[in-house]
Write a protein that binds this ligand. Structure first.
Ligand code: 1HN
Length: 357
């Protein structure tokens, strides 16, 4: 390093001390405090998660003190999120319960896992929750959840809480009543759920996707249709849910994918600056993340950190379907998105260890 020797060691120390006294820090000295914590890839097994999530029903009720009964997928090393930008949590709502109405600047998605008979109301539109549905709660939209059915309902919540917290833009407000008035039932789907067919006279006057609810039947149809014609070398058959007006990602900070790894497929590895949280909706297989093998089966969750090499493998005879949330829109809007293929070894990483959990 080009540090001159005109000052002796004592004079240099005095100089640094006097700078420190007035809160100036030399940029050329490595004080050993640089860099964000390394995030390791991680996996949660549904067989272990589900009983503990169901048990949370005996521990708390989602009243105004608690607001939501959630269990975070807590990646080791992270105080707050599941990645450095996104938080994923499992929420349980028992029959007869209501998680009261509120809104917050962090944006959320719900990916419905198990149960029936519950609904979420988003800005007055009542959305019936069924497994495989994706429901959006854009920043600052009122939302509450009610279980009118007879079985416990569990879903995955995905929020950009760590990012919004870091940006010091977290605001939260409670609705004056437990539930907001229901104005319509499924209208966002009836108006905007037909993809390229949209109301001719309507101006979309909300700063988010007017489609708030992506139903599983339609998602699956799109996935099966695409599987018949084309696939990506890195992700096999992958669909990005989109905002029907912009054609872009469903939310400003998060994008969601549904992806099929067909029977017998072994994708090529790549890495990108976006990070991803996956849920295995159906099937079984494994992913190799930075040389470590993560075996997964239906219901499991796993996280692919930013810039980690990853590839997916399905050696079973059945298709595997993966849902994911990703922070790609953040990286792209800031001009920080990068992607790189793994070129050695015909595009596949050597497996050097296995995740035991
Ligand atoms: C939240 O408001 C919900 O509205 C779910 O259902 C999960 C996790 C952390 C903070 C707020 C919801 C949440 C959350």
């Amino acid at each position: 390093m080009a540090v001159k020797d005109s000052l002796n060691a004592g004079e240099l120390r005095d100089y640094y001390d006097s700078a420190d006294d007035i809160n100036l820090t030399p940029g050329w000295v490595d004080w050993g405090q640089h860099g964000a914590p390394e995030i390791e890839p991680f996996l949660w097994r549904w067989s272990q998660v589900e009983p503990l999530v169901l048990k949370s029903g005996e521990v708390v009720t989602p009243d105004r003190d608690v607001e939501r009964r959630t269990m975070r997928l807590a990646t080791p090393g992270l105080q707050r999120g599941t990645t450095h930008t996104l938080l994923a949590a499992l929420q349980l709502l028992l029959p007869g319960e209501c998680a009261p109405s509120h809104r917050h600047t962090p944006t959320a998605i719900r990916w419905i896992l198990t149960g029936e008979g519950a609904y979420t109301t988003v800005e007055g539109d009542k959305c019936a929750m069924e497994p495989g549905d994706l429901i959006l709660t854009p920043s600052w939209t009122w939302h509450d959840h009610t279980n009118e059915g007879s079985s416990p309902m569990i879903w995955l919540d995905g929020l950009d809480i760590p990012l919004v917290h870091y940006l010091k833009a977290t605001f939260f407000e409670q609705f004056p009543e437990d539930t907001q008035p229901v104005i319509s039932e499924g209208d966002s789907v009836r108006r905007y759920g037909a993809g390229s067919y949209r109301p001719a006279w309507e101006q979309v006057d909300v700063p988010y996707s007017p489609l708030l609810h992506y139903k599983w039947a339609k998602t699956n149809e799109a996935l099966q249709n695409l599987a018949g014609v084309n696939s990506s070398p890195f992700d096999d058959v992958a669909i990005e849910y989109s905002d029907p007006v912009t054609g872009g990602p469903v939310l400003k900070t998060m994008t969601c994918w549904i992806q099929m790894v067909r029977a017998g497929v072994h994708t090529k590895a790549h890495r990108h600056t976006a990070s991803k949280i996956y849920q295995v909706f159906r099937g079984e297989g494994y992913s190799v993340i930075d040389g470590k093998r993560f075996d997964w089966s239906q219901g499991d969750f796993f996280v692919v950190p930013s810039w980690a090499w990853h590839e997916h493998v399905n050696e079973s005879g059945e298709e595997a379907i993966l849902f994911s949330i990703q922070d790609t829109p953040i990286m792209k809007s800031l001009g920080l998105y990068r992607e790189e293929p793994y070129v050695e070894n015909a595009g596949n990483q050597p497996v050097t260890s296995r995740f035991e959990g």
